[in-house]
Write a protein that binds this ligand. Sequence first.
Ligand code: HEM
Length: 501
Amino acid sequence: MLGLGTVYGDWASLTLSSFVFLALLTLASRYFLGSLKHIPGPFVAKFSSLPLFYQAWHGNRVFWIMEQHRRYGPVIRIAPDKVCVASSDGIKKIYGTKTAKSEAYSTFRYHDVKMCIGLLDVKSAHQRRKGLLPAFSRQNLVEMEPVIRGHLQSFLHWLQVFDRRNVPVDAFKWFRYLTFDVVADISFGQKIGMLDGDDSHFIQQVEYRNKRNSLNGPFPFILPVLRLLRSDTAKHWMEADEEIAKYAIRAKEGWSKSENQDRPRVDILARLEEARTLNPENGLSDKEIIAEMMEILNAGSDTTANTAMFACFELACRPEVQKALQQELHDAFPDPTEPLLLEKLERLPYLDGVCREGLRLHAPIPSYLERVAPPGGLEISGCFIPAGTKVGMQSYTNHRNPTVYPQPEEFIPDRWNGPTPEMKLNFLPFSAGPRACIGLNLANMQLRIHLGHIFRKYSVHCAEDTTRASMRHVEFFAIRPKSGTCNLYFRQIEQQEQKCV
Ligand code: HEM
């Protein structure tokens, strides 16, 4: 007679074998039968998201995807349900009006309230963007030039202090302080004073938040698993929202306390409040306003700061490029006491080229921005991508296409002297279409004002610990240098030299 143990043993092995068989069947069907089986890509990625997850976890996703494009071509499968495209003909199709954002963006929320970036369909995002865009229009921003220059003066003061002490400036931190102060002032009329306090708490919270969004968005199981394991990472990720919210709440309270007449201009909060008064049913709730403020403080400070920092690093590594920029600035503003007005700065071709090369090689959000293929699917580079497929592009790859940008890894500002239509089309630091960045004008303005002022007065070179290796990108939706610092010496050019660089 069979023992009870033998029966259980048989059942257990039968269950296990069935489980393994079913798992293998699922994997095989993903590989051989799925509607994406015609799309090339790494073998394992065809039936598992593990390679993508592994790379994302280590901040290497963007390099890994580019490498797969080199091996498999312009349309590739990077996970069982995800396709990445690297050809020009995909840009308008993927980032046009017909595609929605994928569920991965649902992570961009504060509690249960979605931020603009987290709204999936073009229609609801359009509604929200309508409230935000006027404050970021060029016309509105040009009036803010003195506000930007005011904060820049504090930044320049610190450069002087560091120069006198003969110590390097951690550009990673200090550019963030600057852009945070600018964006808080322009958007909410609030002087937060990061530049006064050397308070890196906010920066740390943004890092946590970026990491959470980049991982928990596409792989939503991560946060629950980390919480189950009682990991500190989960704790930091959860707390980051509340910490950033504190800055937004503080700014909103400050704004509410100030009387109308104390506000010299119509900022974004004024516009949102106005919309709420005129149309209480469609206006944003208090919580939605806080969520939007958090988004603006985060998206608006981190990105511009990164570009300015990487541009300074590139110039520090390339004395001839730095010299050419200083020469252009000197010729445009021969009198060192003359104010460097935006109107003139914007017309300087070399400065423009420096900003563009900074954005091309160090796009702050260089990664795969995921959309969902619309009903009827998409035909891109001769490849059919069925409806419902998650599909995206990464500016990182397009920005390094050698047929569009010869010598793609070189920082060549002159290449923007008469750019080809292909160069313009493939330049995607702010993404494209109806969900492109709303802060584009503010970012472009700041880059020209900041870099123009800095290189009119200063020469920049790297401290010993700042090297290509230490500045290698790590990507968690946004990029940062691997070392988490960027120590640069900013040396004031002597008055005599300022007259003739
Ligand atoms: C160099 C600076 C900047 C770069 C390179 C940049 C880049 C981007 C990119 C690539 C997106 C699209 C993200 C996606 O589709 O997933 C985006 C969206 C966005 N950006 Fe920026 N950004 C910059 C500065 C700013 C500033 C200064 C602000 C505001 C003050 C801002 C606010 C936003 C918002 C609200 C969105 C979401 C738009 C939507 O989903 O409809 N950004 N940005």
